[in-house]
Design a protein around this ligand. Structure first.
Ligand code: SF4
Length: 222
């Protein structure tokens, strides 16, 4: 199967079966999403959602984060991975939002990556989820699933290489949602250690499946 056909099958499948796909992080505004994504590095969305319930009550704006100090903020996020660093990042992030961006979350990747604790992946999540910009955040699920499916060659060894390939081939209007399609498929079906190929509905265009000559599931044959 040609790469172009794989992309077409990918878009057709998910547009039809998952026309709505969203982040599992709970948030009510761009500031809350930014905080939640920073906290979610190396941590589950489920744990982040538990923690942010109380955190957002006590620190609802960038100004609240900017005005706090380590010992006051730390207890709210101590159950998250890397709480020391994340506490420092959130305070620095609050200060920079107030001092450089008028307390608002900036809308470009270039500005977002200047914030403490915000890398390219986080900036891509914010710009695509909040503003539907055609940016692709490549996390561990997107990286793994896109390579297994054959959307991206196995020679793509870094998240940036994978991001460039996906951006190049996915039609612009689908890029922001394709990020969620790949994450959700990786989280629930195409698991890292043992992909659930027997119940996967993408077998008809998956390169990994094809190469390993696995027996297609009934849905996969459709
Ligand atoms: S067929 Fe298997 S390897 Fe391919 S996407 Fe589905 S679960 Fe992943």
């Amino acid at each position: 199967m040609l790469k172009k056909q794989r992309y077409e099958a990918f878009i057709t499948h998910f547009s039809t079966n998952m026309p709505i796909a969203e982040t599992e992080l709970q948030y009510e505004n761009p500031f809350q999403l930014l905080v939640a994504v920073v906290l979610s590095a190396q941590c589950t969305d489920k744990r982040v959602n538990i923690v942010t319930q109380e955190l957002f009550k006590h620190f609802p704006t960038a100004a609240h984060l900017a005005a706090t100090h380590f010992d006051e903020l730390f207890p709210y996020i101590r159950s998250i991975s890397y709480p020391n660093n994340k506490t420092k990042h959130l305070i620095g992030l609050g200060k920079m939002l107030i001092e450089d961006f008028g307390g608002e979350v900036p809308s470009t990747v270039e500005e977002l990556v200047k914030l403490p604790g915000v890398g390219r992946k986080t900036a891509n999540v914010i710009t695509s989820v909040v503003w539907n910009q055609p940016n692709m955040a490549v996390d561990t699920h997107v990286f793994r699933v896109s390579r297994r499916l054959g959307l991206v060659p196995l020679t793509a060894k870094t998240p940036l290489e994978v991001e460039k390939q996906l951006i190049k081939h996915i039609p612009k209007q689908h890029i922001h949602i394709a990020h969620h399609w790949l994450i959700l498929h990786g989280r629930y079906v195409c698991l890292a250690r043992k992909p659930k190929c027997e119940e996967c509905t993408l077998t008809h265009f998956c390169k990994y499946f094809e190469k390993n000559q696995l027996k297609p599931s009934k849905e996969g044959e459709n």
